[in-house]
Design a protein around this ligand. Structure first.
Ligand SMILES: [Zn+2]
Length: 177
């Protein structure tokens, strides 16, 4: 661990304590005497996703990002919002400190965040992830969203819902498959 001030490679530990999920160490640079803090956390070297059929697949951030991007396609979201979402989920996954995570857990994390970001993206993602079999199931989900809108304040980024137009598009897409 190099000193963040002068780059010297050696420091001494002046204080060490357990924090929630790791160890926090106060250090002092042996060259410039600057003090800094390091955190040591347990992190599995790689994270595996448990698929529906019980197969394990190594967690792949790009794959996650592609899925979210697809759902957010052509939505007027702020630059970097999609990447940040993927980053947040990745960080949360590693914070769990587990070697394996069910795919459903990741899907739920995405849904939860998309719901507060953009309803259309949420519905698109849900229609793929939850594999809505028909328009009725999709409509139910939309109705739940619209129903829950009254009295609930949304972030400024939340856009008005255009259910009929979007539903038709999703339905068409599903029929083509
Ligand atoms: Zn230093």
């Amino acid at each position: 661990m190099n000193c963040p001030y002068c780059g010297y490679q050696d420091s001494k530990v002046i204080d060490s304590r357990d924090v929630n999920d790791g160890i926090r160490r106060r250090r002092q640079c042996l060259s410039c005497s600057a003090r800094f803090t390091t955190y040591e956390r347990l992190q599995p070297s790689s994270l595996f996703v448990i698929k529906k059929d019980e197969r394990r697949e190594e967690f792949n951030r790009d794959k996650l990002l592609t899925g979210i991007r697809k759902a957010c396609e052509k939505r007027p979201l702020p630059t970097g919002a999609v990447d940040k979402l993927a980053d947040d989920i990745e960080a949360e996954l590693y914070r769990l400190g587990k070697a394996e995570v069910p795919g459903a857990v990741i899907g739920d994390m995405v849904m939860e965040r998309l719901k507060s970001l953009d309803y259309i993206a949420y519905i698109r993602f849900a229609s793929v992830y939850r594999a809505f079999t028909d328009i009725t199931a999709l409509k139910q989900e939309v109705d739940t969203l619209v129903g829950g809108e009254a009295g609930v304040s949304h972030p400024v980024s939340q856009l008005p819902l255009l259910p009929s137009e979007e539903l038709e598009r999703v339905a068409k897409r599903r029929r083509r498959k």
